[in-house]
Design a protein around this ligand. Structure first.
Ligand code: ADP
Ligand code: MG
Ligand code: MG
Length: 199
């Protein structure tokens, strides 16, 4: 079973990873975006960790709802509302249980990913974070490690795609040949999840 502490540790691991990879995320956002993805997420996850320390939510759902709210309110870019919605809707789907099973979490995360697709209008293949999140949630029933590998593969597979959503889509065919920054950060979040489960 997964408790509030597990989800706090996931968010902390995600913040550490985003901090570590911020320059690379911003570099990926340079040719097909506005070179701010790393700094956007660094600001957001710094706020997430601070809020979790201050408010100490005591259920999995409350941890993720609070984290999502912080991302929505602190990240100016498109990724803030999208990741914020992912975490908030996943958290809401978990309700107020003190512990959730891996199967319950998988179902909740699917609800969260669906909410991101509804909000942003992106489908798999549009060269966005969805290209890492959908394979991850599909693989999560198997194991955290399989989900991590699926997200990583999904992020790498965005390189030959033409962007159909977000800022990169303004470039049309010139978006081809670059890995999507949001799919890359989504793979980092899933890797942080797998590392937390493995710890
Ligand atoms: P901005 O483009 O506003 O500067 P960021 O650079 O923080 O925001 O995030 C860009 C990432 O957000 C993209 O690489 C892409 O993965 C993701 N993204 C953008 N628009 C959408 C959308 N409509 N649906 C899903 N993901 C999106
Ligand atoms: Mg950007
Ligand atoms: Mg921006």
């Amino acid at each position: 079973m997964l408790d509030a502490d597990f989800f706090r540790r996931w968010m902390t691991a995600a913040a550490v990873s985003v901090e570590h990879e911020a320059e690379r995320l911003t570099a990926l956002d340079s040719p097909i975006g506005d070179a701010d993805h790393g700094s956007n997420l660094r600001r957001g996850f710094t706020a997430v960790v601070a809020a979790l320390e201050k408010e100490a939510p005591d259920t999995p759902g409350a941890v993720l709802v609070l984290a999502g709210r912080q991302l929505i309110s602190t990240v100016g870019g498109a990724s803030g509302p999208l990741y914020g919605t992912l975490l908030r809707r996943t958290g809401k789907a978990l309700g107020d249980a003190a512990e959730v099973s891996e199967a319950e979490f998988t179902a909740a995360l699917r609800t969260g990913v669906d909410a991101v697709m509804t909000l942003g209008g992106a489908a798999p293949g549009d060269k966005t974070m969805i290209d890492a999140l959908v394979p991850a949630v599909e693989a999560l029933g198997e194991s955290f490690e399989v989900a991590r590998a699926a997200a990583e593969e999904g992020a790498l597979a965005t390189t030959p795609l033409q962007a159909r959503k977000g800022r990169a889509s303004y470039l049309g065919e010139r978006s081809i040949g670059h890995q999507d920054p949001g799919a890359t950060s989504a793979a980092l979040l899933i890797a942080a999840l797998a590392a937390t489960a493995d710890a």
